[in-house]
Ligand binder design. Structure first.
Ligand code: FAD
Length: 463
C-alpha cells in the first residue's frame, strides 16, 4: 500500500477540487486523482473558462467592428488575429489551472497523477499503485453526448472541445442543439464572421428556462443574424470535399432536406462519465441515465463511496458541483453540509446574457401555485441606455399569498451578475417587497431588479 488518506477524490473538476480543498481545510488528509495533465476538469480546461475567454474576446471584436462608431469612436481596418485570440484563451486557462495546483499545495492536498479505479471499498488504484482511503469521492464529471449518424472528428464535426479550438472562422457553422453551450459557441463564431445556423429538435431554445425569456432570446439572437431551425432533427452527416452535408427532418416527421456546413458543432447535451472506475465490480448503483445514484448526503449504495457533480443527477453546472463538493466534505468532517437545489442559478454568457433562478412560470402553473409577476424592461433603465444595451427585461415571480420570491428570470446586460442578488434574496427567503425596499445604486443595471420587484405590486416608478 503506497499511502493512506482520509479522503481520496477521483476527478479534479470544480466538484472534485473544491471538495478536496474543503476536506483538507477541515483537517482531513486528502488526495485528488486526476489523469489530465492539468487540474480543474472540464470547467477550467475545455468548458466554462476557455468559452468565457473566447466570448469576451469576440465581444470586444464585435464592439470594435460594429458598435464603437455609435460612441463616436472611429477605427478603420479592425482585423482579427485568431491565433492570438486562441493563445490568449490558452493563457487564461493556464493561469486558472495553475491556480488550482497552487491551492492544492497551499492546503496540502496530494495530487495523485493518473487514472483512478476503485478496486474495493476503501481502495483506489492509480495507474498500478494502490492507495487506501476511509472515504472515496467520485467526481469524474461528464462527456459530450454523441449523435448517431454524425461522427465527430473534432475538425469538421466537433464537440465543444473542438469548437473552442478552431484555427479558422468557418464560412457556415451549423450548431446542433439550442442549449447554452451551442448558443455560446455559436455567438463566438458568429461575431467573428461565420454564418451560424442552430438546429434544435424542440420548438424552443434553452429548454428548462423561462419560456418568455427563451422567445425573447431567440428574437435577439435572430436580430444579431443567427439563424434557427427549430422543431428539426439531424438524422445524418456526410462529408463532401471540405464540406459536411447534414440531413435534416422535421421533428414531427416529414420530408428530409440537406444543409451544407463547413463545420458542425454537436452540442446536444452531456452525460455522466464513469468509464474505467470499476463501479460494476464493486456494485455501485447507476440510474437509467448512467449517473451514479446517491442519497441526499451523496452516499452511494456502497458504504464509504460518495459521488458529486456532473456524474450525479441535477443541473450540469460548475457551481452546483462546487456546492456539492463543499457540502460533502463538511459531512465527512462531521459537520452539516447542505445544498439548496431550489436556488441554483443558470446563466448563458451570450450578449445579452440570460440568467435564471428558481421556478419558471410553467413550473408554478404545473404546481398550482398562485403567483404574481413583476417585470421591468432594460429600455427603461438609464444605465442600460448609456451602455447602448437595452434588449431584455428582469422578471420576478412571487407567491401571491406570502410575497416570497419563487423565481427570477433575466435577459439583458450582465444578467449573470444581476441574478446573484436574487439568489441571495431567495436564500434568505426574501419577499419581493424586501428587494423593492432595498436601496440600489443609481445609475446601475441592478435598478432594473429593484423596479421588477416594485412591479410585482404594480408600483414600478420608471415605467
Ligand atoms: C463548453 C462548456 C462550457 C461550459 N460552461 C459552463 C459555465 O459557463 N458555467 C457552468 O456552471 N458550467 C459550465 N459548463 C459545465 C461545467 O464544465 C461542468 O458542470 C463542470 O465541469 C462539472 O464539474 P465536475 O467536477 O463534476 O466534473 P468535470 O469538470 O467534468 O471534471 C471531471 C474530471 O475527472 C477526471 N477523471 C474522470 N475519470 C477519471 C479517472 N478515472 N481518474 C482520474 N481522473 C478522472 C477528468 O479528467 C476531469 O478532469 C460548461 C461545460 C462545457 C463543456
Amino acid at each position: 500500500m503506497a499511502d493512506s488518506f482520509d479522503v481520496i477524490v477521483i476527478g479534479s473538476g470544480p466538484g472534485g477540487y473544491v471538495c478536496a480543498i474543503r476536506a483538507a481545510q477541515l483537517g482531513l488528509k486528502t488526495a485528488c486523482v486526476e489523469r489530465r495533465a492539468t487540474l480543474g476538469g472540464t470547467c477550467l480546461n475545455i468548458g466554462c473558462i476557455p468559452s468565457k475567454a473566447l466570448l469576451q474576446s469576440t465581444e470586444n471584436f464585435e464592439e470594435a467592428t460594429h458598435h464603437f462608431a455609435d460612441h463616436g469612436i472611429l477605427i478603420e481596418g479592425v482585423k482579427l488575429d485568431l491565433a492570438k485570440m486562441q493563445a490568449r484563451k490558452a493563457d487564461v486557462v493556464s493561469a486558472n489551472v495553475k491556480g488550482v495546483e497552487f491551492l492544492f499545495k497551499k492546503n496540502k492536498v496530494a495530487w495523485l497523477k493518473g487514472s483512478g479505479r476503485i478496486t474495493a471499498p476503501g481502495r483506489v488504484d492509480v495507474d498500478g499503485t494502490e492507495y487506501e482511503a476511509k472515504h472515496i469521492v467520485i467526481a469524474t464529471g461528464s462527456e459530450s453526448i454523441a449523435l448517431p449518424g454524425v461522427e465527430v472528428d473534432e475538425k469538421a464535426i466537433v464537440t465543444s472541445t473542438g469548437g473552442l479550438e478552431l484555427d479558422r472562422v468557418p464560412g457556415h457553422l451549423v450548431v446542433i442543439g439550442g442549449g447554452y453551450i451551442g448558443l455560446e459557441l455559436g455567438s463566438v463564431w458568429k461575431r467573428l464572421g461565420a454564418e451560424v445556423t442552430v438546429v434544435e429538435f424542440l420548438d424552443r431554445l434553452v429548454p428548462g428556462m423561462d419560456a418568455e425569456v427563451a422567445r425573447t432570446f431567440e428574437r435577439v439572437l435572430g436580430k444579431q443574424g443567427m439563424k434557427f431551425r427549430l422543431g428539426t432533427k439531424v438524422t445524418g452527416a456526410a462529408r463532401d470535399g471540405g464540406k459536411v452535408r447534414l440531413t435534416l427532418e422535421p421533428a414531427k416527421g416529414g420530408a428530409a432536406e440537406t444543409l451544407e456546413a463547413d463545420v458542425v458543432l454537436v452540442a446536444i447535451g452531456r452525460r455522466a462519465y464513469t468509464e474505467g472506475l470499476g463501479l460494476e465490480g464493486i456494485g455501485v448503483g447507476l440510474d437509467e441515465r448512467g449517473r451514479v445514484e446517491v442519497d441526499a448526503h451523496y452516499a452511494t449504495n456502497v458504504p464509504g463511496i460518495y459521488a458529486i457533480g456532473d456524474v450525479i443527477a441535477g443541473p450540469m453546472l460548475a457551481h452546483k458541483a462546487e456546492e456539492e463538493g463543499v457540502a460533502l466534505a463538511e459531512r465527512l468532517a462531521g459537520q452539516a453540509g447542505h445544498v439548496n437545489y431550489d436556488v441554483i442559478p443558470g446563466v448563458v454568457y451570450t450578449w445579452p446574457e440570460v440568467a435564471s433562478i428558481g421556478a419558471t412560470e410553467d413550473q408554478l402553473k404545473q404546481q398550482g401555485v398562485v403567483y404574481a409577476v413583476g417585470k421591468f424592461p432594460f429600455t427603461a433603465n438609464g444605465r442600460a441606455r448609456a451602455m447602448g444595451s437595452t434588449d431584455g427585461f428582469v422578471k420576478i415571480l412571487a407567491d401571491t399569498a406570502t410575497d416570497r420570491v419563487l423565481g427570477a428570470h433575466i435577459i439583458g446586460p450582465d444578467a449573470g451578475t444581476l441574478i446573484a442578488e436574487l439568489a441571495t434574496a431567495m436564500e434568505f427567503g426574501a419577499s419581493s417587497e424586501d428587494v423593492a425596499r432595498t436601496c440600489h445604486a443609481h445609475p446601475s443595471l441592478s435598478e432594473a431588479v429593484k423596479e421588477a420587484a416594485l412591479a410585482v405590486e404594480g408600483r414600478a416608478i420608471h415605467i
